[in-house]
Ligand binder design. Structure first.
Ligand SMILES: [Zn+2]
Length: 373
């Protein structure tokens, strides 16, 4: 499927570059939306590929991903979508399955990704399953459990000293140095690494959109009033936005949920951009290592999703994250600390009057605690 830039309008063939010449992330030129109403029964044995009518990518690799449980989070007054129970322990498997499938379609045998851990493990694992090479750039300080797991897949691990941005920069430099004239290249060279990026690849968001399809299906084709997620690069946040919007367009649901994001205090560019929280604590929330993204690649699209859904974003400090992390574990939810920003944010959204008692809310618990304990 062809690619197009939503910012400048340039178009590229399906095997075009990983970003537009203008620097903006590319999109698939078309997003499939089915004509029919939802089927009476969905074949859950197909995992998230049960929603292939909405997907611009064909299944070429799978580990049975999808249909994570939707359970009551009683004391929080919300439903939890347990994205922590994926094959590699995070929602990133949604996007890794579709992105590595796209890479296989393009005949790629070498994928590269940069990540604080979860996306790297997901891409490395799906690449291993597909029998292709993976090279993963990670912060030297990333959680050791995540790094060990990446190495166990046979992927090449590149530990980068410095900030999370330094890791991305090193990864992009590696990709561009292998490319023919860098961003001027119209098509990929056969020897070029494929940037299987959760932040940049449109196939990744097509995969994370399936979270919305599952939530709606699990609730009898009804959207919640709001969907709350941790918010770094916006991989799940934007995927959910696109998924719910596609369902609305197809007539499978009647309303859009408000999209509410939990950012890490001290690294909260969306909160700052929308003026969402009058008091974003400035001390960096190092408990939420999964969302410390100072410059999200799709910054403008995240802001658009917040505005289009009457959404909001708040900055969560370390203490609240740690407190919620413990509280979740004691209620039976063994998740990683970054997830706890989402439940910590619930309180802040209630204080701000963004959500009220009785609102019907789904909160994503995005990653397992088993890699970070
Ligand atoms: Zn462009």
């Amino acid at each position: 499927m062809d690619l197009a830039c939503p910012d400048c309008g340039r178009t590229y063939p399906g095997d075009g570059p990983w970003r537009c010449q203008c620097g903006h992330p590319l999109e698939f030129a078309d997003r499939p939306v089915p004509d029919d109403k939802p089927p009476a029964a969905i074949d859950r044995d197909k995992g998230l590929w049960a929603f292939s009518e909405f997907l611009p990518v064909e299944r070429r690799v799978t580990l049975g991903e999808g249909w994570t449980p939707l359970v009551e989070g009683d004391e929080w007054g919300v439903q939890f979508k347990l994205e922590s129970v994926f094959p590699t322990g995070s929602f990133k498997d949604r996007g890794a399955a579709t992105t590595v499938s796209r890479a296989l379609e393009l005949g790629v045998d070498w994928v590269v990704e940069d990540s604080s851990g979860n996306a790297g493990l997901a891409v490395a694992t799906y690449a291993a399953r597909a029998g292709i090479d993976a090279e993963i750039f990670v912060p030297a300080e990333a959680k050791p459990g995540k790094l060990r797991a990446i190495e166990r897949t046979g992927a090449t691990l590149r530990r980068i000293e410095g900030t999370r941005q330094d890791v991305t920069d090193a990864c992009i430099e590696a990709i561009e140095s292998g490319a023919d004239e860098g961003s001027e290249a119209k098509t990929r060279e056969p020897v070029e690494a494929y940037y299987a990026s959760h932040a940049w690849d449109p196939a990744f968001l097509a995969g994370t959109a399936t979270v919305a399809f599952e939530i709606a299906a699990q609730r009898g084709w009804s959207a919640p009033d709001a969907f709350v997620t941790p918010l770094g690069h916006g991989t799940l946040f934007l995927g959910a936005y696109r998924g719910f919007r596609a369902l609305l367009e197809a007539g499978w649901i009647d309303s859009m949920p408000r999209l509410l994001g939990a950012q890490a205090a001290g690294v909260a560019p969306i909160v700052e951009a929308i003026g969402g929280d009058p008091d974003p604590a400035s001390e960096r929330n190092d408990a939420a290592d999964g969302i410390q993204i100072a410059e999200p690649a799709r910054n403008d699209q995240i802001i658009e999703a917040v505005e289009a859904t009457d959404g909001d974003a708040v900055a969560v400090p370390t203490a609240a994250t740690e407190r919620e992390h413990d509280r979740l574990a004691r209620a039976g939810f063994h998740v990683e600390p970054t997830c706890a920003t989402a439940t910590a944010a619930l309180e802040r959204f209630r204080e701000r009057g963004v959500i009220e008692d009785g609102d019907d809310i789904v909160t994503a618990l995005t990653g397992s605690g088993l890699k970070t304990s």
